[in-house]
Write a protein that binds this ligand. Structure first.
Ligand SMILES: NC(=O)c1ccc[n+]([C@@H]2O[C@H](COP(=O)([O-])OP(=O)(O)OC[C@H]3O[C@@H](n4cnc5c(N)ncnc54)[C@H](OP(=O)(O)O)[C@@H]3O)[C@@H](O)[C@H]2O)c1
Length: 267
């Protein structure tokens, strides 16, 4: 493995499982020292243990990305442990399946808090330190951030907001040496136990998707890490994502029509 990130310090939010955990492993393989995060401390410590058993240097900071003080602590603890910050990956995110009309108001608010403010707050806390290292801040969006998906309305709204956030930030940070990137990640294999909000506001196990081609989690993580290495602004993953993105550029109304037809067929 080419250790292109040797000596760099990376914070990955929501990294006790799933894509975030794969990112932490991938970054460590490239020589980075990683700071992992999540709310469930026991799971977070298990992930840190797994990293340490492989000989990787890792620090765990429990906290909720939708709480600004927790994000300040995440960055403070990073500096205390490693003295610098080079890469922030805003990965923590939640999903809500259901139509707008039926979405539980508290669950809808939670999606906005975690998926939008949960990217804003760590970024605010990290910017002064990323300016010192000429580092990278990355946002993890989704195909739902390219075009609003039916039945994933709140999730789509939150992921599309990240496009605006990345665009504004890229301009605001122009000339500071800080790299901004946004990844439109396709359907990715999920770790067992992944929970999503139901319309009634309860957290339920992610329903198994039939006939959906998923990308291996390690592959998705490698593509995200490459964005930091090569300082790429925008990357769309999976052939479905590239197709959606291309049609959307030419004719957004055509994407709307295709989605509408397949949605009605499924009902
Ligand atoms: N999987 C996919 O198919 C897919 C596709 C496109 C985009 N994405 C995006 O990729 C990201 C990761 O998805 P995933 O599938 O790996 O999710 P996941 O398996 O559900 O893992 C989510 C991680 O985030 C943490 N987390 C959740 N809420 C948090 C909060 N408020 N504060 C801090 N940490 C929090 C979780 O730990 P705790 O629960 O302990 O906090 C966990 O470590 C998300 O932004 C998601 O929208 C996923």
């Amino acid at each position: 493995m080419n250790k292109t990130l040797e000596g760099k310090v990376a914070v990955v939010t929501g990294s006790s499982r799933g894509i975030g955990k794969a990112l932490a492993h991938g970054l460590a393989l490239k020589g980075a020292r990683v700071v992992i995060n999540g709310r469930n401390e026991a799971r977070l410590l298990e992930t840190r243990q797994a990293l340490r058993e492989k000989g990787f240097d890792a620090v765990a900071v429990a906290g909720d990305v939708s709480v600004f003080e927790d994000c300040r602590k995440l960055v403070d603890e990073t500096l205390k442990a490693y003295g610098r910050l080079d890469i922030l990956i805003n990965n923590a995110g939640l999903s809500l399946e259901g139509e707008v009309e039926h979405a539980d108001p508290d669950a809808a608010r939670r999606i906005i808090e975690v998926n939008i403010l949960g990217c804003v707050y760590p970024t605010q806390a990290a910017i002064p330190h990323l300016k010192k290292t000429g580092g990278s801040v990355l946002f993890i969006s989704s195909l739902a951030g390219i075009y609003g998906l039916p039945n994933f309305s709140m999730y789509s709204a939150s992921k599309m907001a990240l496009t605006a956030l990345a665009q504004s930030l890229k301009i605001e940070l122009g000339g500071t040496g800080v790299h901004v990137g946004i990844a439109y990640v396709g359907f990715t294999e999920n770790e067992p136990g992944k929970m999503v909000y139901n319309t009634d506001g309860s957290l339920v196990a992610l329903p198994k998707r039939e006939n959906v081609k998923v990308e291996p989690v390690g592959k998705a993580a490698r593509r995200i890490i490459r964005m930091a290495e090569k300082r790429i602004y925008r990357s769309t993953f999976s052939s479905l994502g590239l197709l959606l993105s291309a049609i959307n550029r030419i004719s957004p109304s055509l994407v709307g029509m295709i989605l509408s037809m397949s949605y009605k067929k499924r009902q």
